[in-house]
Write a protein that binds this ligand. Structure first.
Ligand code: NAD
Ligand code: GLY
Length: 365
């Protein structure tokens, strides 16, 4: 195994490392050996990922003295629920997990958000380790400590900020990742170029073909740069009182699309791709960017296999949905808008007519 690449998330006493590389079980074992964990541990995974990688992770943990139990949930957004969390709490209590028992999240963003929620609440908080396996989870959801389950009235409404003790982003897991899930992750990766790093955006334009097949070099570059950007932003504003809002670029319209289409038609990264275009249309209409900048975003989105429009929604439906988003406070929508590639601002005074126009462009070819 080559030495794992490390990105540090600086959060004082809650600081942690993101380990990146291929074949990270030895690094995981070495990390666990240094912790003061109880022997009984829980690995939470979904039925796709757990069947492929669960035993390998359990073996690495057993080798350093842990006694891990694998808990599998059905794959998909439906598992991010209080009902599924309740089943896992019951399992944890029956197994006798104590306050120092670690919980390992092995899977995509669904498993990471769910397992993090369990870790934050079980016995008022137990150690939590992220083992993200989807591209989206490695570049976004496993870093930064947002953990949650959904409520029938909305997504991610029941949750906490709860940082992991470490993140192990094993690029070898991409070997089994379905093509659609690669594109999904690329939706969040384009976002980092838009909000923070014009050079990274240009790199994506130049290496789109390698990005799409997740060549080893492209995968490492994208995961490392995305984690560095996210770590930097989270270190400056863990609880989203200001700067961290920029990570929500494209998410206001994205969450409306997901809600309007019942969380099944589009997955999160696809909705973010369309929502990112929507935010670019608003930025253009407010005179913040030229049409040529919007065109660069559109073209990269298309080349990375992502949708440019959402079907199955109406402008009225999307417009109503943005006021139910948890980022909307006291009726104010904090729009993250482009000032250029690599530079964004937060603005809440966007006229309804402009928002509706942008939404209409997200729905039509
Ligand atoms: P997901 O967890 O549903 O994973 C997508 C699919 O890929 C699933 O079927 C899963 O079983 C499969 N899969 C994952 N890794 C695999 C692998 N290596 N091999 C084979 N199959 C694999 O979805 P996701 O896109 O990873 O995450 C989406 C979730 O993340 C949403 O719930 C979203 O709200 C959340 N999210 C959270 C944050 C955060 O900051 N906490 C940020 C972004 C997204
Ligand atoms: N995905 C947005 C955030 O972590 O803040």
């Amino acid at each position: 195994m080559r030495e794992a690449h490390k990105v540090r998330v600086e959060l004082g006493a809650a600081s942690y490392d993101i380990f990146l590389g291929e074949g990270l079980c030895p690094a995981l074992s070495a990390f666990v050996k240094e912790q003061n964990f109880s022997r009984k541990a829980l690995i939470i995974s979904d039925e796709n990922v757990g069947k492929i990688y669960g035993e390998g992770v359990a073996k690495a943990l057993r080798e350093v003295g842990l006694c891990p139990e694998l808990h599998l949930v059905p794959a998909g957004e439906g598992s991010k629920s209080l009902a599924v969390a309740d089943e896992i709490f019951t399992h944890a209590i029956e197994l006798g997990l104590d306050r120092r028992s670690p919980i390992f999240a092995l899977g995509g963003g669904v498993v990471g958000d769910l397992a993090g929620f369990i870790a934050a609440a079980y016995m008022r908080g137990v150690p939590f380790v992220q083992l993200p396996t989807s591209l989206l989870a490695q570049v976004d959801s496993s870093v930064g400590g947002k953990v949650a389950v959904n409520h029938r009235l909305g997504k991610n409404l029941i949750g906490a900020f709860y940082q992991p003790a470490a993140v192990f982003a094993d690029l070898a897991a991409f070997a089994t990742l379905p093509k659609r899930e690669i594109c999904t992750g690329l939706g969040e990766i384009i976002k980092y170029g838009i909000i923070f790093d014009a050079d990274f955006f240009a790199w994506l334009e130049e290496h789109a073909a390698d990005a799409l097949i997740l060549s080893p070099e492209a995968a490492l570059t994208m995961v490392a740069r995305s984690c560095e950007i996210k770590a930097d932003v989270v270190a400056k504003d863990e609880r989203e009182s200001g700067l961290r809002r920029i990570l929500n670029y494209g998410h206001t319209i994205a969450h409306a699309i997901e809600k309007e289409t019942g969380y099944v038609r589009y997955n999160h990264g696809e909705a973010v791709a369309v929502g990112s275009l929507g935010a670019a249309y608003i930025s253009e209409a407010l005179g913040l960017i030229e049409a040529s900048v919007v065109e660069r975003v559109r073209r990269l989105t298309e080349r990375l296999g992502l949708p440019l429009i959402a079907e199955g929604c109406t402008v009225d439906g999307l417009y109503a949905a943005i006021f139910h988003d948890k980022k909307t406070v006291d009726g104010r929508v904090n729009w993250v808008l482009m000032e250029d590639i690599g530079k964004v601002r937060v603005q809440s005074d966007v006229p309804e007519s402009i928002v509706r126009m942008a939404m209409a462009r997200c729905l039509k070819k």
